[in-house]
Design a protein around this ligand. Structure first.
Ligand code: PLP
Length: 362
């Protein structure tokens, strides 16, 4: 028996979001990003629902192996590329395409007894300065990659730093720097994450790489995905396990710092930072009680969270509390936790029971 702390995963939403992404990007192919356990949605749940993706993209070899285990037989891309010889061996075994972003990886390829099939994804640094070769080295590294890979096709790629802000000129600058660098090279091009899919159609090119929007979440608050026709795939819920009357001026929870501004019923929900509900949430952060809003009072603890039920006289023990998802966007909650929505959905822990709503069969 487990407590009713659940992440409901709606596979119809995933299907609908992929269809919506396809309608936004026209003929570009879609590499669905499923790293970090499909952004906390459970790789084993999500992989079968993405059976018609063009590519699945993961960060690590372990994630690639699990995609194969869950039945994915299509193209598989390892976004970080190989870190050592073992990872190249594993990439061969699991038929992974590799990103090559650093000279050390070219050396690994050179020394490897066996290499995975191409294409190889050559990553250029167009200005983010995290991973990628400097754009002025594209000629030499492209030639080197072709040589060590036995003339496998090369896909040229880069990544944006600020595409979540449509007004930021940096994305156009990165795009222009990339285009100047790859001018004259044959092969496909891939640039766009979710934010660029949403905000910069000129970046869609041959293959887009959406992650967060596939799960129905916007890269940041203030750009609601509902207006784009995307639907959140995860709803995090818990139960009220107690309701206690607390007098005005009395403290609630650890530290005894936050005090009741009036006599009030305080509800206790069976969820805390041990489940991935962030401890950084500020007082007043919203939850839904039976579909209506209430606010936190007192700090989130490991297993429990306390809620001001002043406006919910009808609430009773056993009622459902929604922490985020349907009716309460995780993007909004993230702003109350000084976090980004990615952190919240990726942070749901193994203690939370996943309840999978199947795709509608149509
Ligand atoms: C994670 C990742 C993506 C997906 O990013 P979202 O913002 O979730 O759409 C795309 N490309 C690369 C290289 C990534 O690491």
């Amino acid at each position: 028996m487990s407590r009713n702390t659940i992440a409901r995963i709606d596979l119809s939403a995933i299907r609908a979001n992929l269809a919506r992404i396809r309608s936004m990007v026209g003929s570009s192919r879609v590499a669905c990003v499923v790293k970090a356990d499909a952004y906390g949605h459970g790789l084993s749940n999500i992989v079968p629902a993405l059976h018609d993706a063009d590519v699945l993209a993961v960060a690590t070899v372990g994630e690639a192996e699990r995609c194969r285990q869950y039945g994915w037989s299509g193209r598989l891309l390892m976004l970080e590329g190989p870190a050592n010889a073992d990872e190249i061996r594993a990439a061969c075994e699991h038929r992974c395409e590799l990103v090559i972003h650093h000279a050390s990886q070219l050396k690994l390829l050179e020394r490897a007894p066996r290499l995975p099939q191409g294409p190889y994804w050559l990553k250029l640094d167009s200005g983010m300065h995290r991973l990628g070769f400097p754009t002025d080295q594209v000629g030499t590294v492209h030639a080197a990659l072709r040589r060590v890979s036995g003339d496998q096709p090369v896909i040229l790629m880069s990544h944006f730093a600020c595409a979540d802000d449509p007004a930021n000129p940096m994305t156009q600058e990165q795009l222009a720097r990339f285009d100047r660098a790859v001018n004259g090279f044959e092969g496909e091009v891939s640039l766009a994450n979710s934010a660029a899919v949403m905000n910069f159609p000129a970046s869609h090119r041959d293959i887009v790489r959406p992650g967060i929007m596939l799960y129905g979440v916007s890269p940041r608050a203030g750009q609601p995905v509902a207006s784009l026709g995307l639907k959140p795939a995860m709803t995090l819920q818990a139960e009220l396990v107690a309701i206690n009357q607390v007098a005005r001026g009395e403290p609630v929870g650890y530290g005894a710092e936050q005090r009741c501004p009036r006599d009030m019923p305080v509800g206790v929900a069976a969820i805390g930072y041990g489940d991935g509900y962030p401890r950084g949430l500020r007082q007043g952060a919203p939850v839904l009680i039976n579909g209506r809003r209430a606010g936190l009072i007192g700090p989130v603890s490991m297993d429990l969270t306390t809620i001001d039920l002043s406006d919910h006289p009808e609430a009773s023990v056993g009622d459902t509390v929604t922490l985020w998802g349907e009716g309460l966007p995780v993007e909004e909650l993230a702003t109350w936790a000084n976090a980004i929505p990615y952190e919240l959905i990726c942070g749901v822990t193994a203690r939370v029971h996943m309840q999978v709503l199947p795709e509608f069969i149509s």
